[in-house]
Ligand binder design. Structure first.
Ligand code: ATP
Length: 411
């Protein structure tokens, strides 16, 4: 029995956790394994915070014992026979080893308890289908039925069998994510299968596609993922007009080079920026995003795109910039900013984001009422004029504002 030398690479709290799982499992006569991403990342020397444990036996019962022993927070997902433990910043997911049968493409599989080999067989790629035992007598022994270790060393993403993408086409999206994250390549046969099975993406629910897309957008290598997915024809299956373009590359570059907060929401807006109303509507519906915040933000960007000509005029009054952009979310404005090539447009948008949107008048509605104005549209109009005067520098102090209000209201 050859030890893999992997367990000792775990961060001390995770090591303690794995060893505890191993001891408790051995006591109950069952077996526990580190599986999936953690084995891959330990081999690559990448940081690990999430741990997946596969149990040949009752995972929920073992999770309960571990929670008690370690004082961890336990969540049980009864319907799935899985449990999660939270210890400090670490998450541990525990599941009973299972075998899966796909009855039709894209649908969730039929699940039944199984052995470790069954559990590894149902996984996406060889590099994610390895396990390391955490209990005696074979602690730290690697199980690698599919050549995961070899593929890791050769930098290859390989599916486990020829109908993998038919069973679950979200694996295409996962494949590109790992490929670009790790600087790997799709193994030749896997790339061929992916291209041949692109239509299988039509069998996947909007929610699952959305989740995978959001995972792309959370990756550091998000632009590379989008470009690759576009070349492979994956984004085109989400919507035929959704593809990587040169202007998109520049927009992402500007986003990365600027100090704006890089969120998946911003990247989503950058990705869909070139779609027209109808295309955006269809994409959002396909991804089950209708009515979501991403719907709002991307539609705002689309609306703002139509105002770019106006906003690019040189010598625009600050109050005009304000009134044009007021009410739009900063993410929608930043999207336009990343795509803007006309310098005046960029500077007007930046001026609004950095300065104008924070500008406030010294007087508010209550104070205007104390001066004798009545609540209503006229008061609102005067407040707007006051703000415009502030923005344009026509008033600079509270007493300037009082004078202006008196003049406007005829007091
Ligand atoms: P990440 O670093 O992205 O979190 P991970 O490998 O931990 O990577 P998860 O999405 O948390 O990924 O999934 C855990 C494991 O479950 C994977 O390593 C893989 O073995 C398996 N898995 C996840 N999704 C699928 C899928 N769609 N088909 C087959 N196996 C999957």
């Amino acid at each position: 029995m050859q030890r893999a030398g992997l367990i000792e690479r775990l961060h001390p709290p995770l090591l303690n956790l794995a060893l505890t799982a191993g001891k408790l499992a051995a006591k109950s006569g069952i077996r526990a394994y580190l599986v999936g991403g953690i084995v891959r990342d330990l081999m690559l020397g990448r940081p690990c915070v999430d741990v997946d444990l596969a149990i040949e036996g009752d995972a929920v019962k073992l999770a309960g014992q571990m929670a008690q022993k370690l004082g961890a927070r336990l969540t049980v997902h009864k319907a799935f026979g899985t449990a999660s433990l939270k210890i400090d910043d670490f998450n541990v997911d525990m599941a009973t080893c299972r075998s899966e049968i796909y009855r039709c493409p894209g649908a969730l599989p039929l699940v039944s308890p199984g052995a470790l080999q069954d559990d590894l067989k149902r996984r996406d790629f060889s590099i994610n289908a390895m396990a390391v035992s955490v209990n005696a007598p074979d602690r730290d022994v690697l199980t690698d039925f599919f050549g995961g270790r070899r593929d890791l060393s050769q930098g290859l993403i390989r599916v486990l069998h020829n109908i993998s993408f038919q069973d679950d086409a979200t694996r295409m999206m996962r494949a590109v994510r790992y490929e670009q994250r790790l600087g790997f390549k799709l193994e030749r046969g896997t790339a061929r299968l992916l291209k041949r099975n692109l239509d299988m993406l039509d069998t996947i629910s909007g929610d699952r596609l959305k989740n995978e897309l959001l995972l792309w957008l959370k990756e550091e290598s998000c632009p590379a993922i989008l470009r690759r997915a576009s070349r492979l024809g994956i984004t085109g299956k989400l919507h035929p007009a959704l593809r990587w373009q040169r202007t998109m590359r520049s927009a992402f570059r500007r986003a990365y080079a600027s100090n704006i907060v890089k969120t998946p929401h911003l990247f989503f807006c950058l990705l869909v920026y070139n779609l027209n109303e109808e295309q955006l509507y269809k994409l959002l519906a396909r991804l089950n995003l209708t009515g979501s915040r991403l719907d709002l933000l991307s539609n705002q960007s689309l609306e703002l795109r139509k105002k770019c000509r106006e906003l690019a005029k040189p010598g625009l009054k600050r109050s005009k910039i304000y009134s044009t952009l007021h009410g739009y979310d900063s993410i929608s404005i930043q999207t336009i900013c990343c795509y803007a090539v006309i310098p005046t447009l960029r500077s007007n948008l930046a001026l609004y984001l950095k300065e104008l949107r924070q500008v406030k008048t010294s007087l508010d509605g209550n104070e205007l009422m104390k001066m004798g104005l009545r609540e209503g549209p006229r008061l609102g109009a005067i407040l707007n004029k006051l703000l415009a005067a502030r923005l344009d520098g026509a008033v600079q102090s509270k007493s300037d504002e009082i004078k202006l209000v008196r003049r406007l209201a005829g007091l």
